[in-house]
Design a protein around this ligand. Sequence first.
Ligand SMILES: CC(C)(COP(=O)(O)OP(=O)(O)OC[C@H]1O[C@@H](n2cnc3c(N)ncnc32)[C@H](O)[C@@H]1OP(=O)(O)O)[C@@H](O)C(=O)NCCC(=O)NCCS
Length: 154
Amino acid sequence: MEVALTVRDLDFADLPDLDWSGGPEHLNAVAAALQDSLTGGVAMLGVALPNGRLIAKGGVDLRKHAGRGELWMLAVHEAWQSLGVGTLLIGALEDRVRQHGLGVARLGVEHDNPRAAALYRRLGYRAVGSELDGWPVAGGRTYITVCTILERSL
Ligand SMILES: CC(C)(COP(=O)(O)OP(=O)(O)OC[C@H]1O[C@@H](n2cnc3c(N)ncnc32)[C@H](O)[C@@H]1OP(=O)(O)O)[C@@H](O)C(=O)NCCC(=O)NCCS
């Protein structure tokens, strides 16, 4: 059986269908990114099944780094991982970087996420450095981590 997947821009109405991707703090970050997408500096994309349900989401920030588009918040629903969905989503986000006239895609991967890092390397991304990153988590705390920064010329 083949399943036809659609990649489309996300909307605020999609937030309830993304609850599998993280807790309330993460969904707040997605909502903030959707707000930024209204002015064109960010694109938020989702991968949908034929029945409309979302099984992956990710964003690209087109203004954060000169000449580069930064992919972030990549997530594929656990039940749909290792089937090529992430590769499809990354390709669509890279298209947005090109369409914006930018020549480099960039992303950060946590130091302890070797599987995602291997996928990005397979897609042509190469390490250019590392940096501290952090985001809000439950209990009003902030999670801090070290990310390897990868880039790919498009
Ligand atoms: C990392 C992530 C976004 C990748 O998405 P994905 O859909 O699993 O990625 P893909 O399927 O395109 O490629 C990954 C794997 O599938 C394999 N694959 C790709 N296309 C395939 C296909 N058509 N059939 C079978 N396997 C395939 C790849 O070889 C790769 O192998 P691996 O499982 O050994 O790593 C996803 O796994 C995820 O959400 N993980 C949890 C959150 C996370 O780590 N996010 C990234 C933060 S930087």
